[in-house]
Design a protein around this ligand. Sequence first.
Ligand SMILES: [Zn+2]
Ligand SMILES: [Zn+2]
Length: 394
Amino acid sequence: MATIGPETRRLARELVELRREFHARPELGFQERWSASRIAGYLRELGLDVREGVAETGVTALLEGSGPGRTLLLRADMDALPLQELTGLPFASVNDGVMHACGHDAHMAVLLVAAKVLCSMRDRFAGRIRFVFQPNEEVAGARRMIDEGRLLDDPPVDGAIALHVWSGIPSGKISIQPGPVMAAMDEFRAVIRGRGGHTGAPHKAVDPVLAAANFISAAQMIQTREVDVLSPTLVMFGAVHAGGQASNIVPEKVELAGTVRYLYEGGPDSPERPLQRFERILAGICAASGTEYDLEWIPSNPCLVNDPAMAAVVREAAVSIVGEGNIVPFICTAGEDFAEFARSVPSAFAFVGTGNAAKGTDYPQHHPKFDVDEEALPAAAELFVRSALAFLAK
Ligand SMILES: [Zn+2]
Ligand SMILES: [Zn+2]
């Protein structure tokens, strides 16, 4: 049983109701208008100075403590997914084809309740808290929100904290650890060009299909032969297109698309350099086969790396809530755009377990039956509250 302070416990019912309101009205990235106005109204009722329309639909508010001190940023994301909900819940999505299947409905509710609790405690900390409700997490909206909202320099932020409810972690458990916790992701689009012809005379053509097949296999060497086996690196091909209906034509080109994910700083200066290795292997195979290639990278999220000191603050808060025995190790090869905050200011990102098979809340994130164990949510709000109080202790 989690240890929750009376201020948060008193709002447990409100927290669940808020989450259900958001759940019923999911909105896609940069379209979170209903959510934004609900959030802004709630924060204004707390007496906060609220700014709306940051990066289309983002909302931010600043809470002043009882004296000068550091500034802490607390962030929740707001967007839902283009997915038809199949939960059958009484508060299921009323927006056809859109669903809160990642738990961002819970994040908004949790941070609103944490804001209410922290407002009632403003005499207990110094400095300031910037609350950030960010649009479009699923498609890397953080950068735009940070830049347009001047979130990190007006006033300068000394630390940032966010959390994610996670169905793959049992309810009642929390994961918070230093170092990389969510993967960097770069999307690629490649075209391998050969010369078309008759499949009965391949020596008179240049076959891009065989080159592509070799490349798909060879690219797996990045993890197994090129990068330290302890540095997780995933190369996945999600789309491969060549030819038309005919089985006897050598096509002109093969189009490949996929993702490279890695749990470390993978830039050109890093020893791993996964993207540079990817291109070297592609270029080598094309040279060997007489084909040519175009390669385009579409960067998404950098690796989300927790600052050791910030992670320690959040870990101590988590231990005081769920106990040492319920802190579990976890890293994830999905992406998370809180990484944009974390690469600019010391940050910590925690996972709050919401998986409970008996309640049917153990479907993976992004599943049409994904649901959140609401009994785990007060601990999430309390985690924001206690981490903030510890970070801004007078
Ligand atoms: Zn998601
Ligand atoms: Zn998410």
